[in-house]
Design a protein around this ligand. Structure first.
Ligand code: PNS
Length: 188
């Protein structure tokens, strides 16, 4: 049993500044932190596991005691196979609590020797979630400051290589306006 090893599991689709903040905090208190991406998620992800792995590796390059891995099936089984004693999860607001409590208690039922530790990311990220980042980016909104630059770049490439994100939410890129106008005329 490795008393210094914690697992930080999640979907990370995509990784946000809140995730990174939590990894940096976790890296300070655990000897080793393994960030584990769920492979068999029911949701259809925006980024493949390989893409998320690559982004997370790039983002945590400065953290010597953080490793990135993937897992399948029950998280507690994976944690046990790694000989971890602890699961790290982030709680942003009270709204996260119910889901996290349920998950922590189910995990405890499945594997009583494994503890879940909750940490809070910086309050400036308390409203940031992967789901909202995807939603904003898909609608062409700015995600600067919500995700690390490399993720912002990947989102841009994924959604439309020709697309320029707006720094100002109200400012619309001329090519997009022209594109929308063309589509509107076609429909009419
Ligand atoms: O980032 P997410 O989507 O909130 O992470 C959820 C995750 C991956 C930690 C959770 O869904 C999980 O551990 N899934 C693996 C399957 C499992 O062990 N389910 C029982 C958890 S109560």
């Amino acid at each position: 049993m490795n008393k210094g090893l914690a697992i930080y599991p999640g979907s990370f689709d995509p990784p946000t500044n809140g995730h990174l903040d939590l990894m940096e905090r976790g890296a300070k208190i655990f000897e080793e932190l393994v960030v584990a991406i769920l492979r068999n998620s029911e949701k259809s992800p925006m980024f493949s596991v390989a893409e998320r792995l690559e982004m997370l590796r790039a983002l945590t390059g400065h953290l010597d005691n953080v490793r990135i891995d993937t897992f399948d099936g029950l998280m507690v089984e994976y944690a046990k196979s790694m000989e971890a004693i602890c699961i790290l999860r982030g709680i942003r607001a009270i709204s996260d609590y119910e889901y996290e409590l349920q998950m922590a208690l189910m995990n405890r039922k499945l594997e009583p020797t494994l503890e879940t530790v909750f940490m809070m990311p910086a309050d400036k990220y308390s409203y940031v979630s992967s789901r909202l980042v995807r939603e904003v980016a898909q609608a062409g909104g700015p995600v600067k400051g919500l995700v690390p630059e490399i993720v912002e770049q990947r989102l841009r490439e994924k959604l439309d290589p020709a697309y320029k994100f707006r720094d100002e939410p109200k400012e619309i890129v001329p090519e997009i306006v022209a594109g929308r106008e063309k589509k509107r005329k076609k429909r009419a």
